[in-house]
Design a protein around this ligand. Structure first.
Ligand SMILES: Cc1ncc(COP(=O)(O)O)c(C=O)c1O
Length: 469
């Protein structure tokens, strides 16, 4: 990078150059080993004599800031200085609401066995076909630059492809026009809040439930109310009467894992219709389904147009792609498009074009089939070990989908203490209590198997056996 040096007037030019370079070295903008511009070049840039620059360099070298190597140039020496930051003192303070939002999940030290929920296996990612498609697009002929910015709702080819994908695999009712491409489900929720809710609105969420959505709702000034779940999913009879919206994970309750039963889905839709409430359906990982009969999404059972369906490529592809979508009824199309526009214009076009092609060429379906086989083996292995060698301490929550399984701890054990002890033994996993909203939840552990291979599952669970005693 070229360092910015500026001169004022014609006095003490050596001192001015010396002072600016010294400050840049001390505050870390120029790092040890970095080359300074040759004296001739800097002199030309500043329209001064080369000798003046040379004298400034000599002074810095004499003080130990620079070193010269004949024929190679002048370089910054190690000074042990601290890096420069923004002004440390400032009168600016965040709004109060940000005191109530804490990061999740917390950082973990290096983990030997990583059973944290939410991580897919990066080695299963279809690198070769993805690379081929991206390389084909990153040519002048590959990705024609649109005349103006892209469509805020997403690249039309991708919206069409997503509509077909969710229509076929999940019977979601959508055409390409109904799809808004987002940076994951998290942004889909952000858009929903902006378009449909007012600060102070009550939003009901599952308890236990997915913390990032709660963080978002809290940050947007919503009043978040936890609603207990049972073996059939969200307890509709416990919904708060003043809720404006309900956020649910009916295909695979997060974090427990059971699906919402069909009668419960109908009850929720009926409840929402009578009270004119928005339903947000988060369907984050049920491309991975290993058995049982899939139940219709709320969105396709709904005859009223009040369900907003959200999906993501974070699990089937990778979370780092930041690509997801929402399905909206026509009455909301314009507002969603505008909300996407004013917040971030549109998702990155090359990634959208690549994903559209990936779906259209049948590669997504093939990748899901292959990775499902692998994850099914892991799912079954975790279930076997929880029910077998760990069965005296853990009771498995029945689940037939996704990338994690949950189990309750028998005997009222403090699950956070167990998770902390496990971490000390090199096992990273979440305690169920970390997902509690208001209630005390049943103590338990969540086993994500997306990022752990079968041999590592065996070894990690053996280690957990010793942790549980
Ligand atoms: C319940 C739930 N919703 C959504 C997501 C995915 O969010 P995103 O699409 O923002 O990556 C996850 C990922 O872990 C999740 O567990």
């Amino acid at each position: 990078m070229e360092l910015h040096v500026s001169l004022v007037g014609r006095r003490d030019l050596v001192g001015q150059i010396y002072g600016q370079l010294r400050a840049a070295i001390l505050d870390g903008r120029l790092r040890a080993g970095e080359a300074l511009p040759p004296t001739r070049e800097l002199a030309r840039r500043l329209a001064i004599s080369r000798n003046t620059v040379g004298v400034a360099y000599d002074r810095l070298a004499a003080e130990g800031f620079l070193t010269s190597r004949v024929g190679a140039g002048t370089f910054v020496r190690e000074t042990g200085s601290a890096a420069r930051g923004a002004p440390a003192s400032s009168p600016l303070r965040p709004r109060k609401v940000w005191d109530d939002v804490s990061a999740w999940p917390g950082r973990m030290p290096k983990i030997r066995w990583d059973f944290r929920a939410g991580l897919p296996d990066v080695t299963l990612f279809p690198y070769e076909p993805w690379r081929r498609i991206v390389a084909g697009l990153l040519r002048p002929s590959g990705l024609a630059e649109p005349a103006s910015a892209g469509d805020p709702a997403g690249l039309p080819a991708l919206r069409e492809a997503i509509a077909r994908h969710v229509g076929v695999s999940r019977s979601v009712r959508a055409s390409g026009h109904d799809i808004v491409v987002t940076a994951g489900i998290q942004q889909a929720l952000d858009l929903i809040v902006r378009v449909l809710l007012e600060p102070g609105d009550v939003v009901a969420v599952e308890d236990p439930g997915y913390p990032p959505v709660r963080m978002l709702l809290t940050a947007a000034g919503m009043r978040v109310r936890g609603v207990p779940v049972d073996a059939e999913g969200l307890r509709v009879d416990a919904l708060p009467g003043d809720a404006r919206a309900v956020y649910v994970t009916p295909s695979h309750q997060f974090p427990l894992g059971m699906p919402m039963s069909l009668p419960r889905r109908r009850a929720l839709l009926d409840w929402a219709r009578r009270r004119d409430v928005v339903i947000v359906e988060d369907d984050y990982d049920t491309e991975y389904r290993y058995g049982g009969r899939p139940v219709e999404p709320l969105q396709s059972l709904d005859e009223d147009g009040r369900v907003l369906y959200t999906g993501t490529f974070s699990k089937i592809m990778r979370p780092v792609l930041r690509l997801g979508f929402l399905v909206a009824p026509p009455s909301l199309h314009r507002a969603f498009r505008m909300a996407r526009y004013v917040t971030s214009w549109h998702a990155e076009l090359p990634a959208q074009a690549a994903l559209a092609r990936f779906i259209d060429e049948g590669l997504l379906a093939r990748h899901i089939r292959r990775s499902r086989r692998e994850y099914r083996a892991r799912h079954e292995r975790v279930a076997e070990l929880v029910e077998g060698p760990l069965g005296d301490r853990l009771a498995l929550v029945p689940s037939e989908a996704g990338l994690h399984l949950s189990a309750t701890l028998t005997g009222g054990t403090d699950d956070a203490a167990v998770a902390a002890k496990a971490l000390g033994a090199g096992i990273g996993l979440f305690a169920l209590s970390e997902f509690a909203v208001s209630g005390p939840s049943a103590p338990g552990l969540v086993f994500g198997y997306g990022a752990v291979t079968p041999p590592e599952i065996d070894a990690g669970m053996r280690r957990l056996r010793t942790v549980l005693g």
